[in-house]
Write a protein that binds this ligand. Structure first.
Ligand SMILES: Cc1cc2nc3c(=O)[nH]c(=O)nc-3n(C[C@H](O)[C@H](O)[C@H](O)COP(=O)(O)O)c2cc1C
Length: 188
């Protein structure tokens, strides 16, 4: 494969004590280990999103984020489930960009302390990412009981997590490669 894919991870909550942070670090480790991928962890806490504005009007004050989305071939969004939906903070962060997402891939990693692992949140977020022009994987990666899911060294307690993560990333990379080829070779 000639060029490496750039697949950043978006940590999609600003909550104090967020369990999603350990999940995002786990995903970061997994993507760093892939030879044909470059990645970085984007913590939405680092974005400058004041309460008196929304959307692309905030792009200039978040140029680093915009540049990352422009460069990205795909995204991994790590998001908790809040009242069966995605965090408002994640939506406000995603709304900073629009056409920069067009014809790129996304996979969503759901996080919850319940047994469902964020599946209901993913159903809602899939509607949003579709509007943004992103193509979402059919395979999700779910982390139920997330606050107890990791050892102190950041490794998952359930060994099967590695296999589930590999299946998820495999599909995401296929989609990201395919869409990159399409963007570069198919004219409108
Ligand atoms: C506002 C709010 C709403 C929540 N709603 C749900 C929910 O609908 N379903 C669920 O399983 N967990 C829910 N939780 C618990 C989260 O799943 C829990 O905080 C988990 O650790 C993942 O989120 P975190 O990254 O913020 O820690 C909610 C938490 C908050 C703060």
């Amino acid at each position: 494969m000639a060029d490496k894919l750039f697949i950043p991870i978006i940590l999609g909550t600003v909550r104090e004590g967020r369990a999603s942070e350990a999940v995002a670090h786990f995903m970061h480790t997994k993507l760093l280990a892939l030879p044909d991928v470059q990645t970085k962890l984007i913590d939405i806490r680092t974005l400058d999103i004041p309460w008196n504005d929304e959307g692309q009007a905030l792009a200039k004050r978040n140029q680093g984020f915009v540049d990352d989305i422009i460069r990205a071939d795909g995204l991994v969004i790590v998001s908790p489930e809040y009242n069966h939906g995605y965090p408002g903070s994640l939506k406000r962060a995603l709304d900073v960009c629009f056409e920069e997402y067009e014809r790129k891939a996304v996979g969503v990693v759901g996080v919850s302390n319940g047994m469902i692992g964020g599946a209901r949140m993913i159903e809602q977020l899939s509607q949003v990412v579709r509007r943004l022009g992103l193509s979402i994987t059919k395979t999700d990666l779910l982390f139920p009981r997330a606050p107890e899911a990791f050892n102190e060294d950041g490794s998952p307690k359930d060994e099967k997590t590695h296999e589930r993560c590999a299946v998820f990333l495999n599909e995401l990379l296929f989609l990201a490669h395919s869409l990159k080829w399409g963007r570069e070779n198919i004219s409108e």
